[in-house]
Design a protein around this ligand. Structure first.
Ligand code: ADP
Ligand code: MG
Length: 243
């Protein structure tokens, strides 16, 4: 389970997150929607401590971050509990597809080469790219690269997988292939948190949705509640942009 209590974050004098309370149950998929600049990426980065919150508590399973003190080892454990899929894929350009998956496994999970290879091949098959194992990222489409990035994240078996606008950099015809892969992991036990502007995807793939604006959660509920019966005027207005 993930629990956030009163998370705050500023950059200089600019308050970005203004007290975020949130709970996500094991296995759930949470979609985060909201306008550009509302703090969605910052919130994701506070979850894996790529950014340290200024105040509040982040709890992921047994790992607890309380803004006042954390050791380096605790910080590493926190990072290992999470994996992130970025808008720009962030693959190692000078490594083959399969090595992109094996190398983090060796570093994070201390896997030997053979075991790493076995896991990587299984996941490449799962995302429909078994035949691309020895290709280099530059030889793949953006959609294929993102599917490799998802396979890499899954290989690490994190407690939480964070997706930051995973389809925003893709040509429209490649978006669905990536969304299908994300849909296909819905039943896996890890928590999935997805920042997205793909509203129809969020509606059918997410268990819960939060609408973030100006560093605050304006509305939250089930996908059905937020999309079909939004309570706040701000949410209604935002959703109108996607109809
Ligand atoms: P979103 O992902 O919803 O578009 P972000 O979390 O990226 O929003 O950004 C929220 C605000 O925080 C923006 O105004 C952005 O300019 C600012 N911001 C984000 N990261 C930094 C940073 N490292 N330093 C300074 N300002 C930042
Ligand atoms: Mg963002």
């Amino acid at each position: 389970m993930i629990q956030l209590k009163q998370i705050t974050k500023s950059f200089g004098s600019h308050r970005i997150l203004k007290g975020i309370d949130l709970q996500v149950e094991d296995g759930q998929t949470l979609a985060i929607i909201g306008p550009s600049g509302s703090g969605k990426s910052t919130l994701l980065r506070c979850l894996n401590l790529l950014e340290k919150p200024d105040g509040g508590i982040v709890q992921i399973g047994a790992h607890r971050y309380d803004s006042s003190h954390i050791t380096k080892e605790e910080m590493l454990e926190f990072r290992r509990a999470t994996a992130m899929v970025f808008q720009g894929f962030n693959l190692f350009a000078n490594q083959s597809v399969i090595n992109n998956i094996i190398l983090p496994l060796r570093v994070r999970k201390k896997c030997d080469k053979e075991k790493g290879r076995e896991i990587a091949l299984r996941l490449l098959k799962q995302v429909g790219l078994a035949d691309k194992a020895d290709a280099y990222p530059s030889q793949l489409s953006g959609g294929q690269q993102q599917r490799v990035a998802i396979a890499r994240a899954l290989a690490l078996q994190p407690e939480v997988i964070l997706f930051d606008e995973p389809t925003s950099a893709l040509d429209p015809e490649l978006v669905n292939g990536v969304l299908d892969v994300i849909r296909s992991i819905r039943s896996e036990t890890m928590i999935k948190i997805i920042v997205t502007h793909e509203m129809s995807f969020a509606r059918d793939a997410a268990d819960a949705v939060i609408f973030l604006e100006d560093g605050q959660i304006i509305e939250q509920g089930s996908a059905h509640e937020v999309f079909d019966h939004p309570k706040q005027e701000r949410t209604k207005k935002f959703l109108q942009n996607f109809q």
